[in-house]
Design a protein around this ligand. Structure first.
Ligand SMILES: [Zn+2]
Length: 52
């Protein structure tokens, strides 16, 4: 039911972009973010998608 976003997320640990599917969430300021996990190191990845 949750909206998903597929695309590049930057992993701060690997210092590389990972193309993964994340779950779209909206923060308190109304900014849409995609939350995913790096398939290589398991670090949480966040990508800002912009205003809802
Ligand atoms: Zn990583």
């Amino acid at each position: 039911m949750a909206e998903t976003f597929e695309g590049e997320h930057f992993c701060v640990k690997c210092r590389e972009k990972r193309t993964v599917t994340g779950e779209v969430v909206v923060n308190a300021k109304g900014t849409r973010m995609s939350k995913a996990k790096c398939p290589v190191c398991g670090t949480n990845l966040n990508r800002i998608l912009g205003k809802a």
